[in-house]
Write a protein that binds this ligand. Sequence first.
Ligand SMILES: [Zn+2]
Length: 252
Amino acid sequence: MLRPRLVSGSGRMLVRPAKTAETVARLIVHELVASNAQPGDRLPTEAAMVSKWSVSRQSVREALRLLEVQGVISIQRGFNGGPVVEQVDAAYLGRTSSLFFHLAGATEEDLLNAWLTSEGMLAELAARNEDRFERRRAMAPFAAHDVPNYGELVGFDGHGAFHSIVGSLCNNTVLETVLLIPGTIFWSNLSSRQLPVSPRDVVAKHHTEIAIAVSAGRARIARDLMQDHIKYIADRYRDIPEVDTSKLVEWG
Ligand SMILES: [Zn+2]
């Protein structure tokens, strides 16, 4: 298959000068962080931002729109509307990444293989966390093999909870975020297409074994168990009749 040429992976830097709207978006983000803004907080009005930074109303609107697309804020309509701070969700990063992967010609098979590697690394790093009390505390709910606790979860929410807790044990926000991307894309594609998922008793058993290995600090075992777990889910996905993993990673 001819690979699309819409993406270059040359590693070059973005040399295009930032547009005013991008600069304003960055200023807004800096202010949100500096003021410890919380989800639900309101941003200053457009007029206040126009006069504060001496930019056009159009630049402020474009900046707000850029941040809305990234999930940083939402813009509420109506009389009392205006920009409001949102809880930033890694799913937005997954969506942006999937666009890039789609344009770069990455297939679902590439995604599944990346997921196996990245999730295995997460488990290994979690088991290497030097704070063994923290490891045990975080893994305790999963180390007890209690299937009913899983409820109806085995879609993204319940399943993802375990994986994001393993990720948080990495103690490195960048690694945690980047390594969770393939799984985030996989689960969001799966749920948007309403395809069947793995049986919860098997998933719970896998999670229990991984949780015990992470708790005990057994890094290589944790990695191998996690890779077996992802392989199990990926193989079940490949077996679904309507699935064709030679297709491009879907953007969305
Ligand atoms: Zn899992």
